[in-house]
Design a binder for this molecule. Structure first.
Ligand code: GCB
Length: 721
């Protein structure tokens, strides 16, 4: 100030006053600027506590008297839905647990948050109903504060039912089994009387919207929903802070919220970040962190943290996906969540294994089909950099009673996952057909709902009609076409004919090839595959060789047709289909590139890995076609490290031909000797040696044999059934 006075000295009083005034305005502006990037100040903390509520449960099915001790995640269908056709328990079961809340919690708000209970749940506290939920894949939260006796024993009981119902989607167990149980984690959330909403469709209570994202700047609006149960007018100070990856505060906003004695308060905080770090998928999945804090009388009373990845997705018809203006490949796989003998009751280890496998193959995008998947999985997709398609289980059949539930599950999907930067599209339905008028109307309504919940993301509808102009599929931004040319219909050549026709007829449509695949039972092997699969009975031959050929030919066509903006292999993993029995295995869909137990990667896995991944691949196909009856045979090698050198029983083979893509090599007319043959490939690249080997038995007796798999595997196969 002294400097100012000095500076003012020669001026008139008026000018000096003006000068000081301007300086003060400047100081205030500076101050507000500084406070906007200051950490919020509080002297004590009484923020929410979210604790695991997974232990100490007992369980019984409705038809059994005995309670059994279980730990959540738990499903009762991990065996029966995976082993026998149409012989599984779908019905009512109970879970119970004794909970003694500390007396000090009296006056707080207590919620149980269930991440996944299939398919319907009723929650009781000391026999009084606390809440219910319909839908086996979305989270829900119920407040139990009012029903608890503090310092005493309380019984928490959950009635769960996974019998199919016409008013809860999915309405049957046909495409996949809806494993019954409390199969995802449960949390006890304790907050003060004022909190960031816990029960807004079980969302995080804050919604981070991003617009106009570029390298220059990004507009961000954070909506915060605040709940109060103080029963009177109140005020709370709301702070939103954005931290960069290193944890440095880059921007902050603060405002005072006036809370009414009832109802929810919404607060908006707007930001513009200059020169933001963008979330660039797998290349650079840069994440900021948004932390919202409620502070009252110097005390932190609630806090929620969410990821922020700034990005702009743009799908251009006939061209492809642009992420922040940069074209990115859409190498896609679908993922069903279930595991052999675990069903849907998974820990993060299983999710991590799946993510590692998806990373290994070189995929850039995942269709998380056909339902909302675990929160952990979406979060990992954010931090790994996958582009994600998230969807609801409105699939397969329409009953005309499912409208409310489909809308509810779509709202939950969007609100619960709104802040995940990895999600680029909301999936509204998959292969729903009749009755026509009802279905068209409902699919329109679902699109409107998704757009009003989230105007900034794409929507997609999926049909298996093979038609781009079907009214059921014409409401959303994008349409997905599921087609199994060469498996369910047509031959392998039909894909090219189809895509060449529709790309001419519908050049402006945004079309994604949302499912394609062929079954492969790894215990079922053939030396030569035809151009049509042997679908669909129990005794049919689901040999791996056909699936390999299917994928080689499909990828050849897909990779040359940018009209298909993305493509998704059905499926990364085999999965349970408890209402079917095909290809000599009950209750399983074997279109996975990897077996249900995640132990075996089938040949097509390596086909995609060689084509997509930057990791070195050198792989001889048909390693399970061990018993061979053709003395003269081709040998196929996938190599993304250069031209492979093949030796057969130590003799080098001179030349090979290029197949469909740059990584596809075929050695023709290779002669095998009687009994054991050792085939080796080798590539030397930049001083590194890559090798692969298979061992085949040749004998005339295997000519035209039904199955060329090694006998030991056949035994295992029987064991699996
Ligand atoms: C489809 C369905 C998917 C099935 C798949 C198949 O079109 O969308 O849920 O699993 O076909 O393998 O039949």
């Amino acid at each position: 100030m002294a400097e100012i006075l000095y500076f003012c000295f020669p001026l008139t009083d008026y000018m000096c006053m003006k000068q000081i005034g301007l300086y003060l305005v400047f100081l205030i502006l500076l101050q507000s600027c500084v406070t906007s990037v200051q950490e919020p100040v509080f002297d004590s903390e009484d923020s929410r506590k979210a604790n695991s509520f997974n232990d100490g449960w007992s369980f019984r099915k409705e038809n059994t008297a005995e309670w059994e001790q279980v730990t959540i995640p738990h499903t009762w269908n991990n065996i029966d839905m995976q082993t026998r056709q149409n012989d599984f328990y779908a019905g009512v079961a109970y879970y119970k647990k004794i909970f003694v809340p500390d007396s000090s919690l009296n006056g707080q708000r207590l919620f149980l948050r269930f991440e996944g209970v299939a398919s319907t749940a009723e929650i009781f506290v000391n026999e009084a109903i606390a809440g219910n939920h319909a839908g086996g894949y979305s989270a829900f939260a119920v407040e139990i504060s009012r029903l608890l006796k503090y310092g005493e024993e309380n019984e928490i009981r959950v009635k769960v039912d996974n019998a199919s119902r016409p008013d809860v989607v999915p309405v049957n167990h046909r495409l996949f089994g809806v494993y019954g149980g409390i199969y995802r984690p449960v949390q006890l959330i304790v907050t003060g009387k004022i909190n960031i909403a816990v029960t807004d469709y079980a969302s995080p209570g804050i919604y981070i919207e991003q617009r106009n994202v570029s390298e220059k700047s990004a507009d961000i609006q954070v909506k915060i929903k605040i709940d109060s149960s103080t029963g009177k007018k109140d005020t709370v100070s709301v702070h939103t802070s954005i931290y960069d990856r290193e944890g440095i505060l880059v921007s902050g906003q603060e405002s005072t919220a006036l809370l009414s004695p009832q109802g929810r308060k919404e607060v908006m905080h707007d930001f513009q970040l200059k020169k933001p770090h963008l979330w660039q998928g797998l290349d650079n999945p840069y994440l900021y962190k948004v932390v919202v804090r409620l502070i009252r009388e110097g005390k932190l009373i609630d806090e929620v943290t969410q990821p922020l990845g700034l990005r702009r997705f743009e799908l251009k018809a006939g061209d492809g996906m642009y992420l922040n203006g940069k074209k990115v490949p859409m190498y896609g796989v679908c993922r069903h969540q279930d595991w052999w003998q675990l069903g849907s009751a998974l820990s993060n280890n299983e999710h991590d294994t799946d993510l590692d496998i998806i990373k290994e193959i070189g995929a850039t995008t995942i269709r998380l089909a056909h339902y909302q998947q675990s929160e952990y999985f979406y979060s990992k997709c954010d931090s790994i950099g996958f582009m994600v398609w998230a969807e609801i289980p409105f699939v397969n059949r329409v009953t005309t009673h499912e409208e409310n539930n489909a809308k509810q599950q779509l709202t939950e999907l969007i609100r619960q996952n709104y802040n995940h930067p990895s999600i680029y599209v909301w999936g509204l339905h998959n292969e729903v057909y009749q009755p026509h008028n009802y279905t068209v109307a409902l699919t329109q309504k679902l699109n409107d709902l998704a757009k009003s919940e989230d105007p900034n993301r794409y929507t997609v509808q999926v049909s298996g009609y093979n038609r781009i102009d079907h009214p059921v599929n014409n409401n959303a931004d994008i349409q997905g076409i599921n087609q199994y040319f060469g498996w369910y219909n047509g031959t392998l050549d039909s894909l090219r004919t189809w895509v060449e026709r529709v790309e001419k007829q519908f050049p402006d449509h945004k079309v994604i090839f949302s499912e394609y695949g062929a079954e492969a039972n790894i215990h079922q092997q053939k030396e030569v595959a035809s151009n049509r699969g042997d679908c669909c009975g129990f005794d049919n031959d689901y040999n791996e060789t056909f699936a390999t050929r299917f994928h080689e030919e499909h990828w050849n066509v897909i990779s040359k047709h940018p009209f298909l903006l993305a493509s998704y292999i059905w499926n990364t993993f085999d999965f349970a289909t408890p209402m079917s029995a095909q290809g000599k295995v009950e209750a399983r869909n074997m279109k996975g590139l990897v077996t249900l137990d995640r132990q075996t990667k089938k040949d097509p896995f390596y086909w995609y890995k060689a084509n997509w991944s930057k990791e070195p691949v050198l792989y001889i196909t048909q390693r399970r076609v061990v018993n061979r009856g053709n003395r003269i045979t081709p040998v196929t090698v996938y190599s993304n490290v250069g031209i492979p050198k093949l030796t057969v029983n130590g003799t080098p083979i001179d030349s090979c031909e290029k197949g469909y893509t740059d990584v596809h090599y075929i050695f023709n007319n290779i002669e095998l000797k009687e009994n054991e043959n050792i085939l080796q490939v080798k590539v030397e690249k930049e001083g590194e040696i890559f090798e692969d080997q298979v061992v085949w038995n040749y004998s005339e007796k295997y000519k035209d044999s039904e199955n060329n798999a090694p006998e030991v595997r056949l035994k295992e196969h029987t064991g699996l059934q």
